[in-house]
Design a protein around this ligand. Structure first.
Ligand code: ATP
Ligand code: MG
Length: 463
């Protein structure tokens, strides 16, 4: 709820702050100036202002105005109105989109333009208001700083400048619980901004998260998918994973994985996820592409692996067991975080290839090598080996198999087949009944030699 009396803003004139038009996207400046010329107020707001003040390069530039979405559309020909929950105008400049939002008012007097659940969650929010109301409706103080195109001043209604100075992430207002209830995604945003900015979540804002985490169950799986990608593809995935677990939020996004990690009967599940996320961070740092399919394959592997082993134990054939395990885990996950089909299919291919990579006879390895998902599946295998879940020799074999020429590949296949034959002959003398792979670790079931060191991972490969 907003306070009855609205605060006076702190206005910092141009010479006293560091935001320069030189660092603002020319298209965002065009939008600001055109709105101003049309007689409207226009401000740069949100992450753009925050990141410029922190000396970071903003991801995008959001604009706030007193023009209604329809009025914005009248000013720009290259403009489309979007959104139901929040109506916004998108102004298109080739591939760049500048988002223009009309100042939001208090939802208390919103009539049919605002909708709030009994729990206090805002479902619809299209009541327009003044810049002061707009500022206080935003999430964190550091996200509520406005750069005024009329005089290039900086306007701070919520104490965001002081919090930027102190590295503090603080919800606006004095009732964090109500703010999380209005929109539970703010809990995820708190973790994301704390990681991204290197800020500390204000203790009063951090404290209620654990108790309220379950409210995320009310958020659409499609929105949680977007938030999950922002958390894990922002270059701080490992830190986000640790913070999400710390605040009991990870269980809301990945309940089955969280339950597996909590069992702690092995170290490798946590090592595997941590290394996978660390690789993702390194790739982003190096400017390499990252794929949601690989990310979700990593995050969901442990429940898939356990289910796969259980099905093998019941006597199911390997390919069938993996397909069923993947289907069960992916379907359950869709109820929380909707993984789009174009990512879910390659994710399942990465998993399906894991048992296939353990077979090294005949033409199979050559067929696998030409599979479009081979590189991702191989990187996944490397992670498994690094985490101690599978034999590093298997990963080494595949590293070598990719490097050598055709003649050598034939030798590698023959050598492997010959070893296998020899071993089969010896087996009856030493082992009575060789149970297939049932109940065994998938890795231990492979025909590998003693563990050796693993080749360095190149990080997740991408489609
Ligand atoms: P980035 O774009 O770097 O992820 P951002 O702060 O710009 O960060 P956006 O999601 O682009 O985040 O949102 C733009 C602004 O809109 C935010 O800075 C904040 O002021 C406001 N905002 C976004 N989501 C919410 C929310 N759930 N509740 C309240 N305000 C929000
Ligand atoms: Mg933004």
């Amino acid at each position: 709820m907003l306070p009855d009396t609205l605060p006076e803003p702190l206005i910092v004139p141009r010479p006293e702050h560091t935001i320069s038009r030189a660092n603002i996207s020319p298209n965002a400046l065009k939008v600001l100036n055109r709105l101003k010329q049309a007689g409207f107020q226009a401000y740069l707001v949100g992450g753009g202002v925050r990141d410029l003040l922190l000396g970071h390069e903003p991801k995008d530039f959001d604009i706030a105005t007193d023009a209604t979405p329809e009025e914005v559309r009248d000013v720009f020909r290259n403009c489309r109105l979007i959104g139901r929950r929040f109506r916004l105008a998108h102004v298109f400049f080739g591939r760049e989109i500048v988002e223009v939002a009309t100042f939001r008012g208090s939802h208390a007097e919103g009539g049919s333009e605002t909708q709030v659940t009994e729990q206090g969650m805002i479902l619809r929010d299209n009541v327009y208001g003044s810049i002061t109301e707009d500022a206080l409706r935003r999430d964190f103080t550091v996200n509520a700083l406005y750069y005024n195109i009329a005089d290039f001043s900086l306007v701070d209604y919520a104490g965001g400048l002081a919090d930027i100075e102190q590295g503090c992430l603080r919800l606006i207002g004095d009732d964090p619980v109500a703010r999380y209830r209005e929109d539970p995604v703010r809990m995820l945003r708190a973790v994301r901004f704390a990681c991204k900015l290197g800020f500390v979540i204000d203790p009063d804002c951090a404290a209620p998260i654990r108790d309220l985490a379950e409210l995320l169950g009310e958020i659409s799986p499609a929105r949680l998918f977007e938030e999950t990608l922002k958390l894990f593809h922002g270059g701080f995935a490992l830190q986000a994973f640790e913070k999400l677990r710390h605040h009991d939020l990870f269980a809301q996004l990945f309940p089955e994985t969280d339950a597996c990690l909590a069992r702690q009967d092995h170290d490798f599940p946590i090592t595997f996820v941590s290394r996978g996320l660390d690789n993702t961070d390194r790739r982003i740092l190096e400017g390499k592409p990252v794929a949601p399919a690989f990310l979700f394959a990593v995050l969901l592997w442990e429940p898939v692996r356990l289910r796969y082993r259980a099905l093998l134990g019941e006597g199911m054939a390997s390919a069938e067991a993996m397909a069923l395990a993947a289907h069960e885990v992916a379907s359950a996950q869709q109820r929380r975080v909707a993984i789009q089909k174009r990512f879910a299919l390659p994710m399942r291919e990465i998993w399906a290839m894991q048992p296939q990579l353990e077979r090294r006879q005949g033409k199979r390895p050559l067929v696998l090598l030409s599979h479009p998902r081979f590189r991702a599946a191989y990187d996944f295998l490397l992670l498994r080996a690094e985490a101690g879940e599978t034999d590093p020799e298997l990963a080494q074999w595949w590293a070598r198999f990719q490097e050598v020429d055709a003649a050598e590949r034939v030798k590698m296949l023959g050598g492997s087949a010959a070893r296998k034959r020899k071993r089969r002959k010896r087996k009856p003398k030493t082992e009575p009944a060789a149970k297939p792979v049932a109940g065994k670790d998938a890795a231990a079931a492979s025909d590998t030699d003693a563990p050796t060191s693993v080749p360095p991972s190149t990080g997740p490969a991408h489609d």
